[in-house]
Design a protein around this ligand. Structure first.
Ligand code: CA
Length: 237
């Protein structure tokens, strides 16, 4: 189980989502990452669970059948400072602004990949833990610095020309620097829990990413681990 630093208890996430298939896949994705998950389908249940179970973080859908997610957020905020990440439809700007005004800490727009959501969850948990205040912290690996907020990767003074997908792939590999990453896991995290694809997709993107690394950051090497997956390593100069 994933634990907060200095905390004995597993990290509990309350998932509030009325669409059953999304609730199910979100919950199983988060459980695979080691979180304890409580999943509910209505605003009323969300208020009860927030009060009775003291979750460490709440993922809150805006469109719920009974009470709006915005009101749920406002009511929870009356007596709790638990991090709340609102989940809204793409480009529902009014929802986003409303959610932040009602006390939400962050938001993601549907559809999102599990990788993006996990990064937001980690950032919000860290912030709650009194650590860094940057919600979308930069990652440096070898000569490359990744800025998840702007989706840009810089190698020295150059900005790497990466598609958002290649950026996410590089970020995932950088997060797991030196560890072997399987194709299935990359599909899961980078392409999204509901992506129905083939591992061949991963191989093609790895090929493209290798070309980018050769051009911009030859100190970063993507090794193939035959029959298993790939591993990002930093080669000494
Ligand atoms: Ca909904």
């Amino acid at each position: 189980m994933r634990e907060l630093p200095g905390d004995e208890q597993p990290v509990t996430i309350l998932v509030v989502e009325d669409e059953e298939n999304i609730r199910f896949s979100l919950s199983s994705g988060l459980r695979r990452e080691g979180y304890r998950v409580l999943a509910v389908a209505t605003g009323e249940e969300a208020l009860d669970a927030a009060r009775d179970e003291s979750p460490d973080l709440i993922l809150l859908d805006v469109m719920l059948p009974d009470i709006s997610g915005l009101d749920v957020s406002r009511l929870i905020r009356r007596d709790s400072d638990v991090p709340i990440i609102m989940v809204t439809a793409r480009d529902a700007e009014a929802d986003i602004i409303g959610g932040l005004e009602m006390g939400a800490d962050d938001y993601v727009t549907k559809p999102f990949s599990l990788g993006v959501l996990l990064a937001r969850i980690r950032a919000n948990l860290r912030r709650k833990g009194g650590g860094e205040t940057d919600l979308r912290e930069r990652i440096s690996v070898g000569s490359v610095t990744l800025d998840p907020e702007s989706y840009t990767a810089r190698a020295g003074s150059e900005t790497m020309d990466l598609t958002p997908r290649l950026f996410e792939l590089l970020r995932f590999l950088a997060d797991n620097l030196g560890d072997v990453c399987t194709r299935d896991r990359m599909l899961d995290v980078v392409w999204g829990y509901d992506y129905v694809g083939e591992t061949r997709t991963v191989d093609v993107h790895i090929h493209w990413l290798r070309e980018k690394l050769r051009a911009y950051a030859p100190d970063l090497v993507l090794e193939t681990i035959r029959g298993v997956g790939y591993r990002l390593v930093v080669k000494p100069e």
